[in-house]
Design a protein around this ligand. Structure first.
Ligand SMILES: *Cc1c(COP(=O)(O)O)cnc(C)c1O
Length: 243
């Protein structure tokens, strides 16, 4: 994105990016024999301005993802009321428990629960805000010698953390989230996630979400049962630097 770019030109660019990704999702669903309606697109708007969120909203996008509390809280508070009302906000970034109170005011779900301390903090914050927040356990799929892990709890801790989320009065266990590790086949990683998700669903039938797949690997995620895709750069372009 160019600073000061004409807003009509930017809207067209966003519309074109969204159309390309919609086409990719539709064809991945066809290939997998799945319904388009069973896959939710979350547009990752981190580091992009609120005006892009408004443009996305006009194009029918209902779900956005953000990864830094400070940026997200400011940006979302400045949105026009009608835009804000139509949005579901997903938090997908690494989270410190001292941010839980801020997040509880504006997020609908947190995809990055990777330790018990966060469950406690987020549950307390949601209770104080009088809200119920969706929570997903982030799974680390970084097994194997070439894999580079990208956050989350190891596989053997997933069941216990899911139980802890499910027991929290102000949180609703939605399911699991993962980022495919660098250096392994995304399809294999997402197949592993799918197996863990099935095991969690056997204990917690309400945990139906599998949040997986980004710009580079959304087809593999759809093929392996993802219900939520988190797509940024393929729609909005390369991200401006942090800061
Ligand atoms: C930034 C981010 C995405 C989106 O990545 P793209 O490659 O831009 O689609 C998805 N998931 C997480 C956890 C992210 O931090």
């Amino acid at each position: 994105m160019t600073v000061g770019q004409d807003s009509t030109a930017r809207r067209d660019e966003v519309a074109a990016g969204l159309a390309r990704v919609e086409e990719r999702i539709a064809s991945a669903c066809r290939a997998a024999g799945r319904l388009r309606g069973d896959v939710q697109l979350i547009v990752v708007t981190k580091r992009f301005p609120g005006s892009d969120i408004e443009a996305l909203c006009e194009l029918g996008v209902t779900d956005i993802g953000e990864n830094r509390d400070q940026e997200a809280s400011t940006k979302i508070a400045a949105l026009p009321h009608d835009v804000r009302q139509r949005l579901q906000v997903h938090f997908i970034g690494q989270l410190q428990s001292n941010k839980a109170h801020s997040l509880a005011n504006y997020v609908d779900s947190v995809h990055s629960i990777d330790r018990d301390k966060l469950v406690t903090a987020l549950d307390r914050a949601a209770g104080a805000a009088g809200r119920d927040i969706g929570a997903l356990v982030q799974v680390s799929l970084g097994a194997g010698p070439t894999a580079v892990g990208r956050g989350g709890i190891p596989l053997d801790g997933v069941a216990e953390l899911a139980n802890s989320v499910a027991a929290a009065p102000h949180l609703t266990l939605r399911g699991l989230m993962a980022v495919a590790p660098l250096g392994v086949d995304a399809g294999e990683a997402f197949a592993q996630l799918d197996r863990v998700a099935r095991a969690v669903r056997a204990e917690h039938p309400e945990a139906t979400w599998v949040s997986a797949g980004m710009s580079a690997d959304l087809e593999a995620a759809v093929a392996h049962g993802a219900t939520h895709l988190r797509v940024g750069s393929a729609i909005l372009g390369s991200r401006p630097p942090v800061g």
